[in-house]
Ligand binder design. Structure first.
Ligand code: NAI
Length: 261
């Protein structure tokens, strides 16, 4: 049996992954704000340091895999921009860099990062925003989207997921990751019915935007089904998967860019 870490283990897709891994007999170290083995606020440097250290201690220096599901949705609010950027970007890359030696110590560890289909379906993420993410300068990220006013949250959200996907693809093929046997990939869901989406649906303007968004299959995705994709990406069958961003979104990405991949 294997030892995994799952961030965002208390809710939605992270919770579904945690339950399914445990049902298979694996050990899961959950990381979340509440109801987890490691309690840590990934929006702060201290919280991220604690998550890195406490997980390494709990795992005994060896991790067979990691699932980075903690994240915040594109809910508007000035203070929210910083939180989205910190949790969705730094809460992935800093943790993975901290856990990398433990992942390298395992035999063919697998990592799944939650991206989003907003990476390809939300237009107009400025290149300066992506550059600021790559520099890990969150003040600069927030300044870079000021021009969008009340529409800034979806831009920062899509920017955080684009930036984290770029990081996954760059790191995945490097000596530190592929070279040490670690498989690093991302999953890009469309609208999945979890507490995150339910919160957005409870706000009339956000609900209208979500419900009018083209989804060729129709409706919303299921958290348990997305968890099944994660379990497959953690399995031995995925040993040849490296640096991929897998869209599971009812067809929206294909609808918007059939020829562009
Ligand atoms: P959720 O809201 O149900 O669960 C997210 C978890 O992250 C929660 O348990 C929450 O406590 C944790 N979290 C949030 N802020 C945190 C912080 N500062 N420190 C530690 N933990 C924190 O969300 P859901 O829908 O399961 O989302 C999982 C991932 O999938 C997220 O990264 C999200 O951006 C992404 N995603 C979700 C989509 C959806 O439609 N639900 C669509 C595309 C991507």
């Amino acid at each position: 049996m294997k030892c995994y870490v799952v961030t965002g283990s208390a809710s939605g897709m992270g919770r579904a992954v945690t339950e399914k891994l445990r049902a298979q007999g694996h050990t899961v170290i959950g990381v979340d704000l509440v109801d987890a083995e490691v309690l840590a606020d990934l929006s702060t440097p201290d919280g991220r340091h604690r998550a890195i250290a406490d997980v390494l201690a709990a795992a005994g220096g060896r991790l067979d895999g990691a699932v980075l599901a903690a994240g915040l949705g594109p809910t508007p609010g000035k203070e929210r921009l910083r939180l989205i950027a910190e949790v969705n970007y730094l809460g992935v890359v800093e943790l993975l860099e901290g856990w990398r030696p433990a992942l390298a110590a395992a035999d063919e560890a697998k990592v799944v990062v939650f991206s989003s289909n907003s990476t390809t379906t939300v237009p107009a993420v400025p290149s300066r925003t992506l550059a600021a993410f790559a520099e890990r300068d969150i003040d600069k990220v927030c300044r870079s989207v000021r021009i969008f006013g009340k529409q800034a949250a979806p831009i920062v959200y899509a920017g955080s997921k684009l930036a984290v996907s770029h990081w996954v693809r760059r790191a995945a093929v490097s000596r530190e990751w592929a070279g040490t046997g670690i498989r690093l990939n991302a999953l890009a869901p469309g609208a999945i019915l979890t507490p995150l989406l339910e919160k957005q649906l409870a706000t009339p303007t956000e609900a209208k935007a979500i419900r009018s968004f083209p989804v060729p299959i129709g409706g919303f995705g299921d958290a348990g089904h997305l968890a099944d994709w994660v379990l497959f990406m953690l399995s031995d069958s995925s040993r040849f998967l490296c640096g991929s961003v897998l869209f599971v979104d009812g067809g929206s990405d294909a609808y918007f860019r059939a020829k562009d991949w």
